[in-house]
Design a protein around this ligand. Structure first.
Ligand code: ATP
Ligand code: MG
Length: 224
């Protein structure tokens, strides 16, 4: 098994005037290819801060972070953007779909941004939408879909670029329990197909859907 990512002694502080807040404390975290891991933590424990670092949206103050064989902490902002774009599919609590576009157009978007031709983008988007079970909804707009369906579209969009890692921030946070369970089941299926997934959540029931659970406690990661 190869490492998908490895964080070593990662620290992050926020500075507000005289005050400094030590949010991530010597985080060691390794995720192997093909794992499905939950990061469980209470509000304010540093989950989003950690996710921003894992997702190459922010840099730590110290420590090393290797993602898919590349040392992230040595990357320039431009290199970071490329890495983020190529390696990671993001899923958010509130879907972040573009309301004026159809399901198909939303899922095609990341491919068009990469410069793929329309026909190829459409074919790949079609496949991805089929994978999440929404082939009947290609021409719907987000406001014509249920919350669970919108999250499926967001997952199709995250998958369409075939990222090495799916990174989900409270992916079921806006859904009722039954719909949330369906989304978690989809993650489990995708994981069985080989996709590496990290989800962050404050909800133990949600966290347990993963095959491994780590706890973030006031900036300290407890890996059993
Ligand atoms: N940009 C920032 N500047 C200063 N402090 C920040 C900043 N972002 C977060 N913090 C502080 O860092 C701590 C951790 O925040 P973070 O957003 O990572 O927590 P979280 O676990 O994601 O919480 P939640 O579950 O409520 O989303 C909090 O005390 C927060 O107030
Ligand atoms: Mg958060």
């Amino acid at each position: 098994m190869n490492n998908m990512l490895k964080l070593h002694k990662i620290n992050k502080e926020y500075h507000m005037g005289e005050n400094r807040l030590h949010v991530l404390k010597d985080i060691d975290f390794t995720v192997q290819e093909g794992e499905f891991v939950s990061v469980l933590g209470a509000s304010g424990s540093g989950k989003s801060t950690l996710m921003h670092i894992i997702g190459c949206m922010d840099q730590p103050d110290s420590g090393s972070y290797c993602l898919a064989g590349q040392e992230v902490t040595k990357c320039t902002p431009a290199q970071l953007a490329v890495l983020r774009n190529e390696k990671i599919g993001f899923i958010f609590q509130k879907y972040h779909l573009l309301p004026q576009y159809t399901v198909l157009q939303n899922v095609m978007m990341p491919l068009l941004i990469r410069g793929l031709g329309r026909e190829e983008a459409q074919q790949l988007a079609d496949e991805s939408i089929g994978r999440v079970g929404l082939q009947e909804r290609l021409s719907h707009r987000p406001n014509e879909l249920s919350g669970g369906q919108q999250q499926r579209v967001a997952i199709a969009r995250a998958l369409v670029t075939k990222p090495a890692l799916l990174l989900a921030d409270e992916p079921t946070g806006a859904l009722d329990a039954a719909t949330g369970k369906e989304i978690l089941q989809l993650f489990q299926e995708l994981n069985e197909e080989g996709k590496t997934i990290i989800q962050i959540t404050h909800d133990l029931t949600v966290a347990k859907a993963a095959s491994r659970l780590v706890k973030l406690n006031d900036g300290v990661l407890e890996c059993p």
